[in-house]
Design a protein around this ligand. Structure first.
Ligand SMILES: CC(C)(COP(=O)(O)OP(=O)(O)OC[C@H]1O[C@@H](n2cnc3c(N)ncnc32)[C@H](O)[C@@H]1OP(=O)(O)O)[C@@H](O)C(=O)NCCC(=O)NCCS
Length: 191
């Protein structure tokens, strides 16, 4: 039986650098990329936190499960003001969801995603919007998310009509909420 220390939330003004360094090691293991190190990831996340000046309820945050100093599951909530079919809305962007390879299939992914969606369940965000792969899509569907058929663009990008997401499947949570059919403009890069 794994002994878990419970989910820790890291957010602006409450940064546990040692824990976030461990998260960045996990992120580098799950998504290795030449030139991207735990240090460079940590710097980018700290910059995300430091540049945030929006409402506290919509703060960016990292949800982390750790065991003996090692991060074993993680999800990031990124507040993003988007144009949702003609209306400006702040959604909870969900990103960097992962479980350590040797800890998968034990429900940790479900735990961490449910924690990330608590602010949506509370009504702090109108919805969560995120990208994923066809393989992981059923995992999110089981947790109450649905695929999004809207065209997605970033009008502020180099190609303002290209889809800024890269993973193939765009999803929203909760599935039951009303959702418009028009174009989604992320007003920034994909995440
Ligand atoms: C997706 C991920 C976070 C799930 O974590 P987890 O701790 O294993 O999740 P849970 O134990 O709560 O649920 C696992 C369930 O999801 C399904 N699942 C998750 N990832 C899957 C994948 N890549 N391929 C197939 N099925 C997957 C499994 O079928 C499993 O269902 P089961 O318990 O009925 O067998 C983990 O597989 C992971 O880190 N993947 C790599 C990174 C990634 O793709 N992240 C998602 C980016 S949006």
């Amino acid at each position: 039986m794994m002994s878990l220390s419970g989910i820790t939330e890291v957010c602006p003004g409450n940064v546990d650098r040692v824990l976030m360094r461990a998260v960045c090691e996990l992120l580098c293991e799950v998504w290795p990329k030449p030139g991207r190190t735990p240090e460079s990831r940590l710097a980018a996340i700290l910059e995300e936190f430091e540049s945030y000046d929006g409402p506290q309820a919509q703060r960016p945050r990292a949800l982390v499960l750790a065991e003996e100093g090692r991060a074993i599951a993680h999800a990031a909530v990124l507040p993003r003001e988007i144009d949702l079919a003609g209306r400006r809305q702040v959604v909870a962007g969900l990103a960097r969801v992962c479980t350590a390879l040797d800890c998968r299939g034990r429900g940790l992914g479900e735990l961490i995603v449910r924690a990330a969606w608590e602010p949506v369940d509370r009504g702090d965000f109108v919805a969560s919007l995120f990208q994923t792969t066809p393989k992981v899509r059923p995992f999110y569907e089981r947790l109450g998310a649905a695929t999004v058929g809207n065209r997605v663009v970033n009008s502020l990008g180099a190609d303002p009509v290209a889809n800024p997401f890269w993973d193939g499947v765009v999803m929203r949570y909760p599935a039951a909420a009303e959702w418009p059919t028009g174009t989604i403009d992320l007003l920034g890069p994909g995440y």
